[in-house]
Design a protein around this ligand. Structure first.
Ligand code: NAD
Length: 487
């Protein structure tokens, strides 16, 4: 069993208290590792190390820091398989998904921001008699707090732009999925990144996470996680005037219009609903079908879902592994029970019947992908984030009705629309209160585009310029001289 350490000021160290927590494999219930149960003292050390290291890091040119990101991308690429294996072990996600998505995207995040950084040009505004020079400097020390569903993918999405813009980092991964953050720390150590530039503290949210939010040296917080936690983050950090980026929960609609290409729409809707067992903030957990195609669509959709291969995450052919933990499984199952109590009909799934039959053991947090019809679009199952392999099905007759249904939740992160009429699709997209809409696709990402949610799905945007903007302090110097071109 691994004994993971914090990474503070270039050294791997235990929690100051000496206490540890256990990291569990959700597919077997077995312990994989222990992690430090860090608290204020550990954050204190990490924040001071970061503060000391930041000026020198910030003094490097953007090109020099971009070169660092390329080095990190190369080193992570060389560990691609180890990252995928660790992510699958920690989360219970299929190894094929961990390879294709988690490990690959973690490398890509560093590569993208390296290239994007090099493409930046100085921003100036000329006046008749002066010139304005816009400067972007690192914020200083930033706190990065990430969830368990896409552990290194989401941490690298923050670490790469934070480093690029000259910040030093105190990062905290989810206590449930610490393995790949540790691989990242080891990689940065091997590359001899200047000590203190990247610090990693493990532990529980209300303890070490809260200490990061409260620490006065840490002047920016980028948080990805649940909306309820986001509220705590905002309430703690806002009165301290910390710069804040909140990427929170979602309850996304997949809307299929009557003219949709049904084959493509079914494939897309299955992917949107059940990728990572529905544990992606962008997952389409509400399926909204035009009534004229609902029956034909559902027949194919349910057949496709039934054919998904549930099994041991380690197996190459597995499509559905486990959810993150037995506790989370109980929460998802409670929603399925609620759906039945509220008059819903389970079209497929809702059970753990596969346990013991095709490999999965009873100790694993397995749940069959579940499709539920017959519920109001205002029911709790159709409006609250379940964050598991569960999709509810609703029908509509008009585009106005589709909009009303899609907007009937406090969340507003993403959604997809399936239609052959791109004008109608785009017009409908603009009526849906979400940060991102895909038309005839889902989770098709261009890393230059703004990513983030409206309503209770978050505050701010990350991606491309938005990440560079968040992780920097933008200042203007207005120069008037004898010859403005001298500036
Ligand atoms: P969570 O909110 O429970 O935890 C997220 C992180 O916050 C963890 O590292 C946790 O330890 C930490 N944390 C918990 N309490 C804290 C506190 N008081 N102070 C500081 N940190 C604290 O979320 P989760 O269960 O790990 O992840 C699932 C949620 O994340 C879902 O709601 C999902 O939609 C959301 N999510 C959003 C996005 C996005 O980009 N919008 C991406 C992935 C996941």
């Amino acid at each position: 069993m691994l004994a993971l350490m914090n990474y503070i000021d270039g050294q791997f160290v235990p929690a100051a208290s000496g206490q540890t927590l256990e990291d569990i494999n959700p597919a077997t219930g077995q312990r994989i590792a222990t992690i430090p149960r860090s608290e204020h003292q550990d954050v204190e050390q990490a924040a001071h190390a970061a503060k000391t290291a930041q000026p020198e890091w910030n003094a490097l040119s953007l090109e020099q820091r971009a070169d660092w990101l390329d080095l990190i991308a190369d080193a992570l690429q060389a560990k691609h398989e180890a990252i995928a294996q660790a992510e699958s072990l920690d989360t219970g996600k299929p190894i094929s998904l961990a390879r294709r998505v988690d490990a690959s995207r973690s490398v890509e995040n560093f590569r993208f921001f390296a290239n994007f950084g090099r493409q930046q040009t100085p921003l100036t505004f000329e006046m008749d008699d002066a010139i304005n020079l816009v400067h972007r400097n690192g914020l200083g020390v930033v706190g990065l707090i990430t969830p368990w569903n896409l552990p290194l993918y989401l941490m690298s999405w923050k670490v790469a732009p934070a480093l690029l813009m000259g910040n030093a980092i105190v990062a905290k991964p989810s206590e449930m999925t610490p393995l790949t953050a540790n691989i990242l720390a080891e990689t940065l150590h091997e590359l001899e990144l200047p000590k203190g530039v990247f610090n990693l503290v493990h532990g529980l949210g209300p303890e070490v996470g809260q200490a990061i939010l409260e620490h006065p040296i840490i002047n920016g917080i980028s948080f990805t996680g649940g909306t309820a936690t986001g509220r705590i983050v905002a309430a703690t950090a806002a009165p301290m005037f910390k710069k804040l980026s909140l990427e929170l929960g979602g309850k996304n609609a997949t809307i299929v219009l009557e003219d949709a290409d049904l084959d493509k729409a079914v494939q897309g809707a299955v992917r949107a609903a059940f990728t990572n067992s529905g544990q992606v903030c962008l997952c389409g957990s509400r399926l909204m079908l035009h009534s004229s195609i609902a029956e034909a669509f559902l027949e194919r959709f349910v057949a496709e879902v039934k054919s998904m291969r549930i099994g041991d995450p380690k197996e190459d052919l597995t499509q559905i592994g486990t959810v993150i933990s037995m506790e989370h499984l109980a929460k998802v199952e409670s929603y399925i029970k609620l759906a039945v109590d509220e008059g819903g009909e389970i079209l497929t799934g809702g059970t753990r019947d596969m346990v013991g039959q095709i490999g999965p053991t009873a100790e694993g947090a397995y749940l069959a992908p579940t499709v539920i019809s017959g519920l109001s679009h205002l029911s709790r199952c159709a409006t609250e984030e379940i964050f598991g392999p569960v999709v509810t099905v609703h029908t509509f007759d008009t585009l106005e009705e589709a909009t009303t249904m899609a907007n009937a939740t406090e969340y507003g992160l993403a959604g997809s629309i399936w239609t052959q009429d791109l004008e109608v699709g785009q017009a409908l997209a603009q009526t849906i209160d979400t940060g991102i809409v895909w038309i005839n696709t889902w989770l098709h990402r261009d890393l230059r585009t703004p990513f983030g949610g409206v309503k209770h799905s978050g505050v701010g945007r990350e991606g491309g310029q938005w990440s560079l903007g968040f992780f920097s302090e933008t200042t203007n110097i207005c120069v008037m001289g004898p010859n403005k071109n001298d500036a």
